[in-house]
Structures are given as C-alpha cells and as structure tokens.
Design a protein around this ligand. Sequence first.
Ligand code: ADP
Ligand code: MG
Length: 266
Amino acid sequence: AARLAFEHDRALTRHHFEEGEHPVVRIEHLNKTFDGSTQVLRDVNLDVWPGEVVVVLGPSGSGKSTMLRCINLLEKPTAGHILIEDKEITGSAKTDVNKLRQNLGMVFQSFNLFPHLTAKQNVMIGQTKVLKKDKAEAAREAERQLEAVGLLDRADFKPAQLSGGQQQRVAIARAVAMHPDVLLFDEPTSALDPELVRGVLDVMRDLAENGGMTMIVVTHEMGFAREVADRVVFMEGGVVVEQGLPEKVFDHPENARTAEFLGSID
Ligand code: ADP
Ligand code: MG
C-alpha cells in the first residue's frame, strides 16, 4: 500500500521523493461526524512527506480546521486512520496525547501566547516544562528561534507590547523550538492587519525553504500557496475535491468548484 501511495503522489507534488521514504503524516479514509449527524469530513486521504509543504484551501466550513484538529487529536476521528511517523494515533491502541502533541507543532489564527511571559519565556516554557531541557539550553534555543523570526531584539517584550504579526512570529518560534515532526498552521495570518501579513508569511517561507520543515498550512493566501506549496489541496464539504501541483490547481483546475473558489478569491 505504501508503494502505491508513493507512485500516486509523485504527480501531485513538487516534493522530491527519496527511495524508501515514509510519509510523516498519513491520513486514510478519515471521517468525522459531530453529534451523530453532521458529517464534516468524508473519506479524506492525504500523505504528507518529509519536508513537504501542503497548503489546504477551501471555503469556510469545508472541514479544514477539523482535519488539522483530528491530526493532533483535538478531535476524535469517527472513522479512518491517522499515522504519524508510521505510528497509528487512531484506533484502539492508546496514544499518549501529550507525547503526540510534542511532535506536532500547531500555530493558530489567535496566537495564544502567555500574556504574563516575555517573548523569550514563551519560547522557553514548552522546552523546560515538556521537554525537560535545562534553562540555559532552552534560553539559547529560544534566542536562536527568535533570531530566525527576526525578533531577537524583542526577546524581553511581553505579548501586549508586540504587534499581532510579531506575536504570531513568536508563536511560530515557540512551535519550532520544540522541533516537531510537522507544523500545522490554521489560518495563521487571518487575524492580522494586512500590513503585518507579509512578515509572518516570510517566516513561514523561510521555514519551508531553508528549515526543511514539514508543514500543513490552511490559508487563504494564494500567493503563498502558489509560490511555497509543494502541493495544494482543495477541500469542500468535507471532501478533498482536488489536489496537485500549485501551478496545476491554480492555472488548470479540473474541478468546477475549485475553479469557482479560486475565481472568487482573486
Ligand atoms: P473550516 O476550517 O474549513 O472553516 P471547520 O472544520 O471549522 O471548517 O468546520 C467544518 C464544519 O464542521 C462546519 O459546518 C462546522 O460548523 C462544523 N463543526 C466544527 N466543529 C464542530 C463542533 N465541535 N461541533 C459541531 N459542529 C462542528
Ligand atoms: Mg477553519
């Protein structure tokens, strides 16, 4: 089965496959129903390969957030399988959710920084509390990651003293400092004033292009999707309607709904 997915995916992504590579995230026949009635995800299948950047597009309510939330078990899948680094997190075997979430960085629309801690302390706290790193080491890593997002000079500022864009860059630094297997972004720039979007997207692009980070990014930023994504996935009504190379999906969408959505956004 792994072999089949490998061949199948080759045409859908800019990712350069290596022999024997395994997906970081494998989603198989994922279904999610709320309240026993509303089916929000229907038979979603998606493999994400090491270092691959997958951008998920789709109208509001199409199930994008629910899919991300199933990956880190913030939602329990109704049916189907999710594997992270070949380990199944769904099904009967008990998954250590805390351990799982260490390996899955999550960046939300709202930045969720601790308001009483400085930028640097926000980047340190997961490292010391969860990874049990000693303080000096966590501080060095925090400085490295704040520098990478261009905020070393704001290390001692509290969130309220930072712009929304700067707060989101701290949130990204915090996620990266945990060295996760994959970073999940849920509309990371949607809450930002337009002039602050660019800085956050630049940080994400740097992570993708120079950091080799495996990323699943839900966003409406079409320029980012076109330039940075290895693969674009279009969802609607809980279904992956279409996926493929960005230039293919943007310039020659096969599905009428994809075309309509892209037309309405631009
Ligand atoms: P998107 O992120 O693409 O906008 P969501 O995954 O947030 O879509 O939502 C998909 C659908 O699932 C929506 O119709 C939403 O109302 C519904 N939904 C999401 N979370 C819940 C929940 N906890 N209970 C019931 N319905 C939900
Ligand atoms: Mg959403």
